[in-house]
Ligand binder design. Structure first.
Ligand code: DGL
Length: 288
């Protein structure tokens, strides 16, 4: 008779290791990729920017979900087992459906992670945080994802969310450092501080916004902590891989990065340099 107790229950992962997929609607995810690579330089990465259909920030839930899911499936087809949605709008509008409905049906071993949860964990573990301001795209603000996640972890924190619809176009048009940008950077910070003058922490809840960091600091009163997501997402991913050795084994290690864009490669290369501070060479991809 076969004794079932002797059968090993270790999950089987027959596939070869693949690169870690990093997805964004466009360029903003490059700030997250930078942060991830600072903490985890040994892994291989495949970055996908859906620049042809960006910005996502003002698009409907259904469309952001559909575009994001198509991108995730593309990264899976390129051998990624783990995909990071390095976009707050996609994390807010698509992550939960992909994690709860799509992955269990498609492939229970692959994983998709977002950037909102690690950001919220970072601020709720700090005892000095009690009034948080979220600056993000209209889509992320409309989803109330930050308010809901913070409420779950620390209902005592007061959250104020303000949409900054003009910040992404400023950055994408290479106007982030121009004097003309000052007016629009100040405008949304003033709106936030008018709504809650006791703000002690501001989360840059859009992956593009660290590019405006100098100006954001310039117009924010001293003493207010400003949180960009790159490093904290890197730390959180390092922690995730330590806690999930079965996934860590599926992430190839060679220290490489490849860039894919749904737009024109030359255009992507030129603006990506603003985010990465070094030249790159991307390839065009269709993700339909
Ligand atoms: N990267 C997106 C985010 O973090 C902003 C850009 C867009 O609107 O597509 O929300």
């Amino acid at each position: 008779m076969i004794r079932l107790t002797n059968i090993t229950r270790t999950p089987v992962f027959p596939e070869a290791p693949g690169r870690i997929g990093v997805f964004d609607s466009g360029y903003g995810g490059l700030t997250i990729l930078n942060g991830i690579r600072r903490h985890l330089p040994e892994y291989d990465y495949l970055y996908l920017g859906d620049n042809a259909r960006a910005p996502y920030g003002s698009r409907s839930f259904d469309l952001v979900y559909r575009f994001t899911f198509e991108a995730v499936k593309t990264l899976f087809r390129h051998g990624c087992h783990l995909v990071i949605l390095a976009c707050n709008t996609a994390s807010a509008k698509a992550l939960r459906t992909i994690q709860q409905n799509d992955l269990p049906r498609m492939d229970a071993h692959r994983r998709v992670l977002g950037v909102i949860r690690p950001t919220v964990e970072e601020i709720t573990c700090s005892p000095s945080t009690s009034h948080v301001g979220i600056l993000a795209t209209p889509g992320t603000v409309q989803s109330r994802s930050y308010s809901l996640e913070i409420e779950k972890l620390d209902p005592g924190i007061n959250v104020t969310e303000v949409a900054c619809p003009l910040w992404v176009p400023l950055i994408e048009n290479n106007e982030a450092h121009s004097p003309g940008a000052d007016y629009f950077v100040k405008k949304y910070i003033d709106i936030l501080l008018d709504r809650d003058p006791e703000i002690d922490t501001i989360i840059l809840g859009c992956t593009h916004y660290p590019i405006l960091m100098d100006k954001i600091r310039q117009f924010t009163p001293e003493g207010i902590r400003i949180i960009a997501q790159g490093d904290l997402v890197g730390r959180s991913l390092a922690d995730y891989l330590t806690r999930h050795p079965e996934m860590e084994r599926l992430c190839s290690k060679g220290g490489s990065v490849e860039f894919l864009t749904t737009e024109n490669e030359e255009k992507f290369n030129a603006l990506a340099e603003l985010f990465l501070h070094h030249p790159i060479s991307s390839s065009h991809i269709e993700i339909l």
